[in-house]
Design a protein around this ligand. Structure first.
Ligand SMILES: [Fe+2]
Ligand SMILES: [Fe+2]
Length: 258
């Protein structure tokens, strides 16, 4: 089966790139299952119910979030009913939503979950490793897919090696920059430090650059306006899994610029 994982979909340009390219990719690769990161889909910050349904209508099976999960207040209106939306599993108790979802596809069960890294990330988080250990213990599944939402490459690599052979697909999100390190780990798991971003290519990870350059030069707080001109990108990864052995047959990096 062919699984497409899509990196952080950012604002208007990300939604446009998705609408333009996902139908072609679905047709070309005969995709069976799609996981997409939607933490920036609403004006760069969070998600609304409208955009959650937009993703489902595009054929996305599971929407993952991240540190911007609660960036748009609309999420509180629908997160408890959103069966196919997950936020980091290692958020402390008391947070709304859930950290994993198990979906039956043909004869196999697929568990998609997200953990968030703790290095160079703000906010209070439980240990992503402990949260994963608990999940693997309690939720039995034929296939596990993890979206590791984090900043530090080392933390993501360490996580990948720790769960090599136990979680079949481990891909990173959050940095919005696609890494050139997709590979199979020694025990056969698919690993990629960051899928990259789906949205503007000429902004600063999605944001209009002049304000961000000013922020770096002066240290002043600036408004983050999504970049809506220039070129766009669609970033992700397609993983072909053998449905019988649950092993990775093949993979292909997706980076479309236009
Ligand atoms: Fe993001
Ligand atoms: Fe993020």
């Amino acid at each position: 089966m062919k699984i497409l994982l899509i990196g952080d979909i950012y604002s208007l340009n990300g939604r446009m790139m998705l609408e333009k390219h996902l139908p072609k990719l679905r047709e070309k690769y005969k995709l069976n299952f799609i996981v997409a990161n939607g933490e920036n889909i609403a004006h760069g910050n969070g998600i609304t119910e409208k955009y959650y349904h937009f993703l489902l209508e595009q054929g996305v099976n599971v929407v993952t979030m991240g540190n911007h999960t609660f960036g748009n207040n609309d999420i509180y209106n629908f997160i408890s009913d959103a069966n196919n939306l997950i936020r980091p599993l290692n958020l402390p108790l008391g947070n709304a939503g859930k950290g994993y979802v198990t979906i039956k596809y043909n004869q196999i069960t697929i568990t998609v979950f997200q953990v968030m890294g703790r290095t160079f990330m703000n906010g209070s988080l439980d240990c992503p490793f402990n949260a994963t250990d608990k999940l693997l213990e309690e939720v039995k599944s034929d296939l596990y897919i993890c979206d590791f939402h984090g900043e530090a490459t080392s933390e993501k690599v360490a996580y990948g090696l720790e769960y090599d052979g136990r979680i079949q697909i481990i891909v990173g999100t959050h940095t919005h920059v696609q890494t050139n390190d997709a590979h199979l780990l020694p025990k056969g798991s698919m690993y990629m430090t960051d899928l990259g971003m789906t949205g503007s290519l000429d902004g600063v990870i999605g944001v209009e650059p002049n304000s961000i350059i000013k922020k770096f030069r002066t240290g002043l707080a600036v408004r983050h306006n999504p970049m809506e001109s220039g070129r766009d990108q669609f970033c992700g990864l397609i993983v072909d899994i053998d449905e019988k052995t649950k092993k990775v047959n093949n993979y292909e990096i997706i980076k479309i610029v236009d």
